[in-house]
Write a protein that binds this ligand. Sequence first.
Ligand code: CP3
Length: 353
Amino acid sequence: MEERATVPAGGQKPLLQALAGETLERPPWWLMRQAGRYLPEYRALRTKAPGFIEFCLNPELASEATLQPVRRFGMDAAILFADILLVPHALGQKVEFGEDGPMLEPIAEGLGISGLRQGGIAGLDPVYETVRRCRAGLPVETALIGFAGSPWTVATYMVEGGASRDFRRTKAWAYRDPLGFAALIELIVEATVDYLSGQIAAGADAVQLFDSWAGVLSETGFARWVIEPTRRITARLKERFPAVPVIGFPRGAGLFYQHYVAESGIAAIGIDTPVSPAFAREMLQGRVAVQGNLDPVVLLVGGTVMVEEVRAIRGALGGGPFIFNLGHGVLPQTPPENVAALAHLLAEPADIG
Ligand code: CP3
C-alpha cells in the first residue's frame, strides 16, 4: 500500500460514500465531459495552447480546465482534464486532434505492436502535476476522479486511426490474429495501470475507465476484450491502492452489463442512456454503486422535460448507492444555464412517496 494525501473512502466526500456503497439522501453528482467547449471560460483558456495535446500536458491550463465547471456549478467531483488518447501518444504513436476529431497514424495488423514503445509509457508526468494542482484547488468535500480509456476503446482508435463506423480493422485483427491483438491489449493494460497509478499516487480519489465502444462486440469478444482487460486493471490497482474505487463505463453493453458488473472487479457501474433505471436497480445496484444516466440531449433541452427525467432517474435509483450523471458526455452545444438548473434540481431533497 502506498501513502496517499487524500481522505480515505467513506470519509466526508459524498462521491466516495456512494462509491463505498452508502445510500445518500441527496445523490452526489458530476457529469462526464463536464469541462470543455460548452463553457465560454474553457473556450477562452483553450486559445492559450496551440494543440490539444499540449493543452492536456500543461498543468496550469489543464488544472484550470478541471476546476472551471466545479467552480461554476459545485459538482461533488472534478474529473481530471486530459484525454484517453494520451496513452497512445505516450506509447509513441502519432496522435493529432483536428477539426473532425482525433487522427492517429494507424497501427497495421501485420506490424503488430513492433512500432510502439515496449518499456512502458513516457512523458505523462505533467498529468500527475495537474492532479496535484487540482487536489490543492478543490474543496475538501469534492472528490477528484482520474481516468483512462479502456484497452478495447483505446485499441479501436489506435488501429482505425480515429473514429470509426464499423470498427472493421480492429475487429478483423482480433478475429484473424487473436494472439497478436492480445499483445496490443496487454501493452495498453500495462500502460493504463502505470498511468492510473500515477494519477492515484498524485491524489486522485477514484478512477473511471471509459469504454465508449464496448457495445460493438459479440458476447465472446466482450468477455475477452472488455471484461478480461478491465479485470486485470482493477486487480492490479487493488493490490497497490485497495481503497481507491474504479468506476467502469462500458457504453452500449446492453445485456452484458450484468456480466461486466459480476466479473470485472469495478466498484461502480456507469450506465448509458438506453439502460432502464429500474433494470439497473434490480440487476446491478445490489452489487455495485450505479452512476448515470440522463440523456445528454435532455440536458441540452432543459426545462420541464429535464425536471421529469431527473425525477424519474432519482426515483428509480436513489434508494441505493447512486451517483447522478449523464448517460454519455455533455454536448458542446449545451447551454451552461441548463447545467446550473440541474445543479439546483439535484440540491432539492428527494420526492416523498
Ligand atoms: O470534462 C471531462 O470529462 C474531462 C476531460 C475529457 C476529455 N476527453 C477532454 C476532451 C475526458 C474524460 C475525455 C474522454 C474521452 N476522449 C473519451 C471517452 C468518453 C466519450 O466521449 O466517449 C473519448 C472517446 C475520447 C477521445 C476524443 N477526444 C475524441 C473522440 C475527441 C473529439 C471529439 C470531441 O468530443 O471533441 C476528443 C477531443 C476532446 N477531449 C475535447 C475535450 C474537451 C475537445 C477538444 C478541444 O477542446 O479542442
